[in-house]
Design a protein around this ligand. Structure first.
Ligand SMILES: Cc1cc2nc3c(=O)[nH]c(=O)nc-3n(C[C@H](O)[C@H](O)[C@H](O)COP(=O)(O)O)c2cc1C
Length: 183
């Protein structure tokens, strides 16, 4: 069985999670694929897609790829700048899953905090904008405290989530059992 981990990452946060998942997953064959090198041939039995959240959903490159995926066992993970336990985070994950779930079996999902890069924070500060992205005292505190995400614990949990799901999916398949989408 082949597992592909396909990710898109602007400033390295999602890449870190993807690498942890890649290291943790057990399969005869596995591949770690960065979308910046172009869209890969999707020939994995299981494909795990990872993106950075852009305006509440998958970033553009991932958004273009996901609707093309068909007949696979898939997992989705993402990182975002806002709180990982917020409704915004949940919806950002579901936005990616929504592009896959009609034509594929969803074996799992995972969302965790990334962090805004220094470059993005600098842009927000410079722009002097108002609203949710302003360099308000509240946002400055959040950006500072959360700068270290994804943490080692978040990466370990992502790896555990998908290592187990792949194992369960494979054990089901070996016995001719159907894995029902979890999301
Ligand atoms: C253009 C842009 C749009 C973003 N939109 C959101 C958003 O809607 N919600 C959010 O929580 N974070 C948003 N972020 C923050 C990123 O999702 C977050 O920093 C992510 O961890 C970056 O991952 P990467 O390092 O893999 O690129 C945005 C960042 C950028 C640059």
């Amino acid at each position: 069985m082949k597992v592909q981990i396909v990710y898109s990452s602007l400033s390295g946060r999602t890449k870190k999670v993807a690498e942890a998942i890649y290291a943790g997953v057990e399969a005869e064959e596995k591949a770690l694929i960065d979308l910046k090198d172009g869209e890969p041939v999707l020939d994995g039995d299981i494909i795990l897609f990872g993106y950075w959240v852009d305006k509440g959903g998958p970033n553009a490159q991932m958004k273009a790829l996901l609707p093309k995926v068909e007949g696979k066992a898939v997992g989705v993970f993402c990182t975002l700048g806002y709180y990982a336990d917020s409704e915004h985070a949940r919806q950002s994950l579901l936005a990616g899953i929504g592009l896959l779930k009609e034509k594929n079996t969803v074996i799992g999902g995972y969302v965790c905090n990334g962090a805004l890069s220094e470059a993005v924070i600098a842009r927000f500060r410079q722009a002097g904008m108002s609203g949710p992205h302003s360099a308000s005292p509240e946002n400055e505190i959040r950006w500072k405290v959360m700068q270290g995400h994804p943490t080692a614990a978040e990466c370990a949990l992502a790896a555990e989530r998908f290592r187990e799901r792949v194992e369960i999916f494979r054990a089901f398949a070996a016995q001719g059992l159907t894995f029902k989408s979890v999301l």
